[in-house]
Design a binder for this molecule. Structure first.
Ligand SMILES: [Zn+2]
Length: 275
């Protein structure tokens, strides 16, 4: 079985680039079928309201729950105070099994990590090359599993990706996915040093072709068992403990300050794929 552990779905509400405008999955689904990818993990595109965006992704996931998984997208600062209630809804009503966030929106916070711990959810966090934070996450939350996509940098930052292989190899709770990784020698090195148990196949569809991305896993010539780990087993293990804790959900609180709003407005204009 092949599971694509990284794909976006649904409309964004921006108009900056494809990443915040529309993650249309019609072609993606055709390509995935052609390449034998039987299951896919979906999460939203960049959005100004992730509670809303997650509900849109839920419609897609729940239309075919045998084929699709969902991760809840959160904005660590804009959603501060309501992360727990968003995750409660995502897990209990949508059956979602992970949390996704991006440093382009805001740096990860303790609130996100503690919520992940409470629900035993893996956290897919794009650090955008900020590898030092991976060491902090690994040590502060040894019981939370983090998937750091793209070997730590979608922008092919060689120094960052090279540096990331160290914490990937060292900390049992740090994983990566193969999506968008262009430097094959680094993927190979990650595989040799950290092992197949730490790498998940992901495509970053629908913008990247899942078949093209899948070929990188095959090109590792890893052997059958290792390949199975990367193509499905690692992911299934990471979501195997998801639970609904018996706690009251946090009341919706908005803590955004005008300073935050201004910063968000400035960041909005930048291309998150090139940072
Ligand atoms: Zn992505």
């Amino acid at each position: 079985m092949i599971i694509d552990a990284h794909c976006h779905a649904g409309k964004g509400d921006g108009l900056t680039g494809p990443w915040d405008t529309n993650a249309a999955i019609r072609d993606y689904l055709k390509w995935a079928s052609e390449y034998g990818i039987s299951k896919t993990v979906f999460f939203a595109a960049f959005h100004s309201d992730y509670a809303l965006a997650n509900r849109e992704v839920a419609k897609i996931v729940l239309a075919n729950p045998a084929r699709f998984y969902g991760f809840a997208f959160v904005h660590a600062s804009r959603d501060a105070g309501r992360i727990s209630s968003m995750i409660q809804e995502a897990v209990s009503s949508f059956g979602f099994c992970g949390i996704k966030l991006h440093r382009y929106d805001a740096r990860i916070t303790r609130e996100v990590c503690e919520t992940a711990r409470l629900y035993a959810l893996p956290v897919l966090y794009d650090v955008m090359g900020e590898i030092a934070s991976v060491h902090l996450l690994a040590r502060e939350y040894p019981d939370v599993n983090f998937i750091i996509p793209h070997l730590g940098s979608f922008a092919d930052d060689w120094k960052a990706q090279q540096a990331f292989i160290d914490p990937l190899s060292r900390f049992p709770n740090i994983y990566t996915d193969s999506s968008g990784v262009r430097r094959f020698d680094l993927l190979k090195e990650a595989f040799c040093r950290a092992g197949a148990n730490k790498i998940l196949f992901g495509s970053d569809g629908p913008w990247l072709h899942p078949g093209v991305e899948l070929e990188k896993i095959f090109a590792l010539r890893s052997g059958e068992n290792a390949q199975r780990r990367m193509l499905s087993e690692n992911f299934l293990e990471l979501i195997s403990q998801v639970k609904l804790p018996k706690t009251k959900t946090t009341r919706l609180v908005t803590r955004r300050t005008s300073g935050h709003a201004l910063k968000a407005l400035v960041l909005e204009q930048r291309d998150p794929w090139l940072l």
